[in-house]
Design a protein around this ligand. Structure first.
Ligand SMILES: Nc1ncnc2c1ncn2[C@@H]1O[C@H](COP(=O)(O)OP(=O)(O)OP(=O)(O)O)[C@@H](O)[C@H]1O
Ligand SMILES: [Mg+2]
Length: 250
């Protein structure tokens, strides 16, 4: 469903010494699979997602979604319709209520307001925000966990075939974090979509992933299933797992 082929990215334009962020990322994500890309802060996870969405051009390499190239400008709209995106910061419109954030997405596609409002309400119920009181709040009046729920409702309302989650648990306490991650997992399964999550949260990776890839120094240096994750002796994976259990990093 999603193919990254030898993706490199260097930000030449902004930095004096142009260090490559991505040095040849190869990754295949099967239709209906839930893939988690793990990696430390600053390793290039968000850059990889932006390249997938065509928000940043790769320096070299190719990205295909269902056979469509991200570089194919003629099919740009069709390409983007594949995706529902949960951004790192939520990215709801501050000046609109929770309900209107979702209604707006539907009306942009030409749906009449009444119908859009009914569907938006259904989606908010599905993510646990269906009370009238909550639907009328503005994003700044929501807790972090509620913002993630609202952003999820907006991400799924246009029936995407691929869901992208960028650090879905950042800023949440462990219990809210686990609740949100299970909601994401349930949503992916309910809709039968393909999912790509990028995170440094190993707990989230365990809940969400069929397949885990480690992004390190510009490349995928390890990949495997949940079972492989428990038995790996890959040094960076071992360090990540140890650090998540409270060990002092060397
Ligand atoms: N538009 C840009 N111009 C220049 N450099 C950039 C740009 N976007 C990202 N970078 C650089 O690319 C590197 C990777 O950034 P990225 O945001 O992908 O990290 P990340 O893995 O998502 O980190 P985090 O886990 O903290 O979100 C960083 O060094 C960053 O400074
Ligand atoms: Mg990021």
């Amino acid at each position: 469903m999603i193919i990254f082929e030898k993706i490199t990215k260097t930000f030449e334009e902004k930095t004096a010494c142009a260090l490559p962020v991505l040095k040849g990322v190869d990754m295949h994500i099967k239709r209906g699979a839930s893939c988690v890309v793990l990696g430390r802060s600053g390793v290039g996870k968000s850059v990889l997602l932006k390249i997938l969405l065509g928000l940043l051009p790769a320096t070299s390499g190719e990205v295909f979604v269902d056979g469509l190239s991200v570089r194919d400008r003629a099919h740009r709209r069709a390409y983007l319709r594949y995706f529902g995106m949960l951004f790192q910061g939520g990215a709801l419109f501050d000046s609109m209520t929770v309900l209107d954030n979702i209604v707006f997405s539907l009306m942009e596609r030409g749906m009449p307001r009444d119908q859009a409002t009914a569907i938006a309400h259904e989606e908010l119920v599905a993510v646990g925000l269906g009370e009238a009181r909550i639907e009328g709040l503005f994003p700044s009046e929501l807790s972090g966990g509620m913002q993630k729920r609202a952003a999820l409702a907006r991400a799924i309302v246009l029936d995407p075939k691929i869901l992208l989650f960028d650090e879905p648990t950042t800023g949440l306490d462990p219990i809210t974090s686990a609740k949100i991650t299970h909601l994401l997992r349930d949503t992916v399964q309910r809709l039968g979509v393909t999912a790509l999550t990028i995170t440094h949260d190993l707990v989230a990776a365990r809940i969400l992933a069929d397949h885990i890839c480690l992004l390190e120094a510009g490349r995928i240096t390890w990949q495997g299933t949940q079972a492989d994750f428990d038995t790996t002796d890959h040094p960076q994976m071992v360090s990540l797992i140890a650090a998540s259990q409270g060990a002092r990093p060397s």
